[in-house]
Design a protein around this ligand. Structure first.
Ligand SMILES: [Zn+2]
Length: 310
């Protein structure tokens, strides 16, 4: 077949007031069947049943890796950097999406890291250990930095301590390489007068979610608070990726309730692309409602939501 459709732009532009927001794809990851990574302690028939209720695949779990960029006057702020070269088959496409959106790696002035898992910081260094974004200054919560860099990280409250430990060397290498250009902030701080950070611990100790505010517009990125519509419907089924399994459940439920009550427009690192939408509740069960996208010929997604606060 010599028919070659062209579908590789990998980004969405959200025009705001003073700001421009871009949702950028880094590609995706696939882990085969959902369990045991998601819902590790739940009988398989219940999980398959719920996947079926949600019209999700009962045989494989794939999730996008999605990052965000905020342009505010001369600041070009990238939020997370994707997998980098660690999974070149499916991911590491951030530079492609960035270029398509009209930015160069050199133009990035600031990089806000939501937490230090590899699919969020893997794009900082090239295979040859060079800085991919040579002019960027970095930001991470001090809790997150401390957890990975001071003493031995504790994975006792995770459902997969071994997997957690394996990630330490790469994370330490990346964070120590950028340490001289890294600002550690407190969870709850406001950055760049438009990004409100909020503590969302459990997934990692210093995991943040953040809200971009621009006049009467706002969008909250819940990052890794839920990795799939399955964990929105069943927040207490949890995931082995969470360093504190129970705390992550508690926090996930809190964020879901808050977003539902406030009709918060959210986006996320791993919900189905482009991962923009709302949380609804039906018969006491939360439900993912993707935001409608009406013009497939435009890269612009119009938003006109009410202001919400974190
Ligand atoms: Zn992630």
């Amino acid at each position: 077949m010599d028919h070659k459709p062209k579908a590789d732009h990998g980004f969405i532009h959200i025009p705001c007031n003073e700001l421009d927001i871009f949702i950028l794809s880094d590609g995706y990851f696939g882990i085969g069947y959902h369990q045991p990574i998601l819902a590790p302690d739940i009988p398989q028939n219940l999980v398959k049943n719920e996947l079926r209720n949600l019209y999700l695949s009962e045989s494989y779990f794939e999730a996008p890796i999605t990052t965000m960029l905020v342009r505010k006057n001369d600041r070009i702020i990238l939020i997370d950097t994707g997998e980098g070269f660690y999974d070149e088959d499916n991911a590491g496409k951030l530079l492609h999406s960035l270029t398509a959106a009209g930015f160069t790696p050199e133009s990035i002035t600031d990089i806000l890291l939501t937490h230090a898992h590899r699919d969020h910081i893997g794009g900082i260094l090239s295979k040859n250990d060079e800085m991919v974004f040579p002019n960027a200054h970095y930001y991470i919560s001090s809790q997150e930095f401390e957890f990975w860099m001071a003493g031995e990280p504790d994975f006792q409250k995770s459902k997969n301590p071994q997997g957690g430990k394996q990630s330490i060397p790469i994370i330490r290498k990346i964070l120590s390489t950028i340490d001289s250009r890294l600002t550690k902030f407190e969870m709850g701080d406001q950055l760049f007068s438009c990004i409100q950070t909020m503590a969302a611990p459990g997934h990692t100790p210093g995991h943040i979610i953040y809200t971009i505010n621009d006049g009467d517009l706002s969008i909250t990125n819940v990052v890794d608070t839920f990795h799939s519509p399955l964990l929105i419907a069943k927040p207490d089924w949890g995931t082995q990726w969470d360093i504190d399994f129970e705390m992550a459940i508690e926090n996930r439920k809190k964020v879901l309730e808050h977003c539902y009550k406030n009709r918060t427009l959210i986006c996320s690192a791993h919900l189905p692309w482009p991962g923009i939408g709302y949380i609804n509740k039906v018969n006491d069960q939360f439900q993912w409602i993707p935001k409608v996208y009406n013009n497939p010929f435009s890269i612009n997604l119009k938003i006109d939501m009410e202001v919400t606060s974190v």
